[in-house]
Ligand binder design. Structure first.
Ligand code: 13P
Ligand code: SF4
Length: 322
């Protein structure tokens, strides 16, 4: 609508004036992804967001995603100012892995190498030996396992189990889950598959093992987008946040994408798979982040000593991926 167009115009002007670039995750709403594309920013998975923010020459990063993504950007680029549409946008994996308890867990197993998912606070990263995102987790654990490391994994239990199953590594796992992916139901997915036998099933590994078992391709957001282009099927059932449909449809306009079913009570919900925290990244919030008087509501700060410790495992990942 006209109103939205005005917001977009103002945001574009502000980005240019402030030497700022918009970095958005595939789970943000389509209009936010489109805006990042139109303004020379980036739309990507969490690994690429980290790299893009670090390497971009802009003085300021506007990170449309959730808090751990803003923190990662700041840890990698302390000289840049990092703003988020709202600092309230968190993640159930981050919330479910408090620093104190996680540190106790690690301290109880001092002979273990600590591998944490990127979806964690700067403080939890600071306790880790390695940070991984879903697009590089398998390779890194495979590498550590081959070197004979005993591994602590946190916080996502489903991704952890999937990695164990794929690599044969045995890990001590934290008991966290993503509230979005944890809702996909194998029973309903099987029913949907039988209605559309020609469809390939794409699953993000934060989903339960019973759902992953039904997949034709399992992977991070960028890997699932790739699979939606390379697999020859014309139809896909997709078990991840529905924000991803924007890019899948854009890259394969003639293919059909259906949401995998979620929900209890035997009912299927066809539009529930959207992260409530990703959804907070609207146009109004982005404009606010660019004109904020009270920066405390939008700016990311990471304490220096914490930053230095969290940088080590993040750099290990980025160097491994390079
Ligand atoms: P990826 O984009 O790295 O697959 O991460 C998914 C995610 O959980 C972000 O919230
Ligand atoms: Fe966290 Fe899940 Fe939301 Fe991603 S989709 S930010 S893992 S709650």
């Amino acid at each position: 609508t006209e109103d939205k167009a005005q917001y977009k115009e103002r945001i574009k002007k502000l980005l240019a004036e402030k030497d700022a670039v918009l970095v958005a995750h595939y789970y943000t709403d389509p209009e936010i992804q489109a805006l990042a594309e139109e303004t020379g920013g980036c739309v990507s998975d969490s690994l690429e967001m980290a790299r893009f923010g670090r390497d971009h020459p802009a003085k300021t990063l506007i990170v449309a995603g959730v808090k751990f993504m803003g923190e990662t950007a700041k840890i990698l680029s302390p000289e840049k100012r990092v703003f988020m549409p709202t600092l309230e946008a968190t993640c159930s994996l981050d919330l479910g892995c408090p620093e104190k308890e996680f540190t106790e867990f690690c301290d109880a197993h001092p002979d273990h190498t600590v591998v944490v998912y990127a979806n964690t606070s700067a403080a939890v990263k600071a306790r880790a030996d390695w940070v991984v995102t879903s697009s590089i987790a398998l390779e890194i654990v495979e590498h550590l396992d081959a070197e004979g490391h005993k591994i602590i994994w946190g916080p996502d239990k489903h991704l952890g189990s999937y990695i164990e199953q794929q690599t044969g590594a045995e890990m001590l796992k934290w008991n966290g889950a993503c509230i979005v992916h944890d809702e996909f139901k194998a029973k309903h997915l099987r029913e949907l598959k039988s209605m559309y036998p020609q469809a390939a099933v794409l699953v993000h590994p934060e989903s339960p093992a019973s759902v992953i078992e039904l997949a034709d391709a399992v992977g991070s957001t960028s890997q699932l987008i790739k699979a939606s282009q390379t697999l020859e099927n014309d139809m896909f059932i997709v078990a991840t946040d529905k924000g991803i449909f924007y890019k899948m449809q854009q890259l394969a306009p003639h293919k059909t994408f259906i949401e995998a079913p979620t929900g209890g009570n035997g009912a299927t919900c066809r539009s529930c798979a959207h992260c409530p925290w990703m959804a907070m990244n609207g146009l109004v919030a982005i404009e606010n982040a660019l004109v904020a008087d009270d920066l405390s509501e939008h700016e990311i700060f990471v304490d220096d000593s914490l930053r230095e410790r969290a940088l080590l495992p993040l750099d290990r990942m980025l160097n491994f991926a390079a």
